[in-house]
Design a protein around this ligand. Structure first.
Ligand SMILES: Cc1cc2nc3c(=O)[nH]c(=O)nc-3n(C[C@H](O)[C@H](O)[C@H](O)COP(=O)(O)O)c2cc1C
Length: 328
C-alpha cells in the first residue's frame, strides 16, 4: 500500500469525533504517529461526579477508535486496533494501524454512512417490535469486537434493571453535585461544539413508563408524551474487566449502534445505574456470571432527530504524518 496522506487521517478523525460520549464531553485527543492514529483519553473532559473512574470516557474513546477504523475500512484500507495497556502511558487507549488494502463490502459502506446519521434519540419510540433478524445482527456486531450483547427480556432482567435505572435516577435528582455537573453540559445554542443542546432533548414523559430517561435531558417546553411500554433494552458486556476492556466495550457498543442505525433503528442510553455506586454494584451482581457490564442501550423505531455538534478535528489532533507522504 502507498504511504498515507494527511487528508486520509483527517477524514478518519472526522468520523472518529462523531462517536457518542456522556453529555457530549468528547473526552478524546488523537496523535498521528507515522502510519498510526493514537487515541488518548483527555482527562480534563472526564465527568468528575458521574464518571470518576473514566469508564464512560473510555467507552467513548473506544467508539471513536471504531469510527476511524470503519471510515478507513470503507476506503479500502485494512486496520488493526490495538487496545493493549501500556503501563508507561495508561491514557493511551488505542492505536489504529494501517494494515494493507481490503475489499470493501456493502456493510462497510453502510456502517461508514451510519457514523454521520447515528444520534441519541431521547424521544418516545414506536410500539413496534425489533425483529429477530435485527436482534441477531446487533449481537453479531458486538461479538466481532470481542464484546457481547444481552437482551434484558431474554435474560429475564428487564424489571430488575429498569427498577435500578429509576432508583439511580432518583438518587441523582437529589444529588446537588450531580445536578450541577449535568447542568454545566447543557447548551442553549445548538451550534455549541460540545455539550447537549435543547434540540437533542426529548419531551417529558407522560403517564406510566417502562424506562426512565434522564429527567435532566427532558425539554420542559415540549408537551409531555407517552413513551413506549415495551422497549428493547440491551446490555453490552465483555468477558474481561478493567480499563482496556472498557475500550473494547466501546468499540463493541459503537458497532452495535452503527448496525442499528444502518438497519433504521433508533437508539439511546440508560447510564444512570452505572453512575451511582449503590446501583452500579447491584448491576454488576446481576451480570456477574457473564463478565463485565458496561452500558445499557434502548433500541427501537423512532422518528429521526437532530445530530449534535462536535469540536473540529484540528482541536483534538496533535502530531502529523511524515511531510513527504504522497497522495494515495
Ligand atoms: C457511555 C455513554 C453513556 C451515555 N449515557 C447517556 C444517558 O444516560 N442518557 C442520555 O440521554 N444520553 C447518554 N449518552 C449519550 C450522549 O449524551 C450523547 O452521545 C452525546 O450527547 C452526543 O450526542 P449524539 O449521541 O446524538 O451524537 C451516553 C453516551 C455514552 C457514550
Amino acid at each position: 500500500m502507498s504511504r498515507p496522506h494527511p487528508t486520509m487521517f483527517e477524514q478518519a478523525l472526522a468520523s472518529a469525533v462523531r462517536a457518542p460520549s456522556p453529555h457530549n464531553t468528547q473526552p478524546w485527543r488523537f496523535v498521528l504517529e507515522g502510519e498510526a492514529i493514537e487515541v488518548w483519553l483527555d482527562r480534563e473532559r472526564v465527568l468528575a461526579v458521574a464518571d470518576p473512574l473514566a469508564r464512560e470516557a473510555r467507552l467513548s474513546c473506544g467508539a471513536a477508535a471504531f469510527n476511524a477504523a470503519v471510515h478507513l475500512g470503507a476506503d479500502g484500507i485494512a486496520t488493526t486496533v490495538r487496545t493493549i495497556p501500556d503501563p508507561d502511558a495508561p491514557d493511551l487507549l488505542a492505536v489504529i494501524r494501517l494494515d494493507g488494502n481490503r475489499k470493501v463490502t456493502q456493510t462497510d459502506r453502510d456502517l461508514a454512512a451510519a457514523v454521520f446519521r447515528r444520534h441519541t434519540n431521547r424521544r418516545p419510540f414506536l410500539e413496534r417490535l425489533v425483529p429477530p433478524v435485527a436482534r441477531v445482527a446487533l449481537k453479531s456486531a458486538a461479538l466481532q469486537e470481542g464484546g457481547q450483547v444481552e437482551y434484558l427480556d431474554e435474560a429475564g432482567h428487564f424489571s430488575t434493571v429498569t427498577t435500578l435505572v429509576r432508583r439511580a435516577e432518583a438518587l441523582q435528582e437529589n444529588d446537588l453535585a450531580f445536578r450541577a455537573e449535568t447542568a454545566s453540559w447543557m447548551r442553549r445554542d445548538t451550534a455549541a461544539p460540545d455539550g447537549v443542546p435543547a434540540s437533542a432533548s426529548g419531551p417529558p414523559p407522560y403517564g406510566s413508563r417502562a424506562v426512565s430517561l434522564r429527567a435532566s435531558h427532558a425539554n420542559q417546553e415540549l408537551p409531555p408524551r407517552e413513551f413506549e411500554q415495551d422497549p428493547l433494552l440491551a446490555a453490552v458486556l465483555t468477558r474481561d474487566r478493567g480499563p482496556h476492556a472498557e475500550v473494547r466495550a466501546g468499540m463493541a457498543m459503537q458497532h452495535v449502534l452503527l448496525t442499528a442505525t444502518a438497519a433504521g433503528l433508533a437508539t439511546s442510553f440508560l447510564s444512570q445505574p452505572f453512575e451511582t455506586p449503590q446501583t452500579r454494584e447491584a448491576l454488576d451482581r446481576i451480570f456477574d456470571g457473564h463478565g463485565q457490564v458496561h452500558t445499557l442501550l434502548r433500541i427501537g423505531y423512532g422518528q429521526t432527530t437532530a445530530t449534535t455538534a462536535r469540536r473540529a478535528v484540528a482541536d483534538v489532533l496533535t502530531g502529523r504524518v511524515t511531510p513527504d507522504a504522497p497522495v494515495r
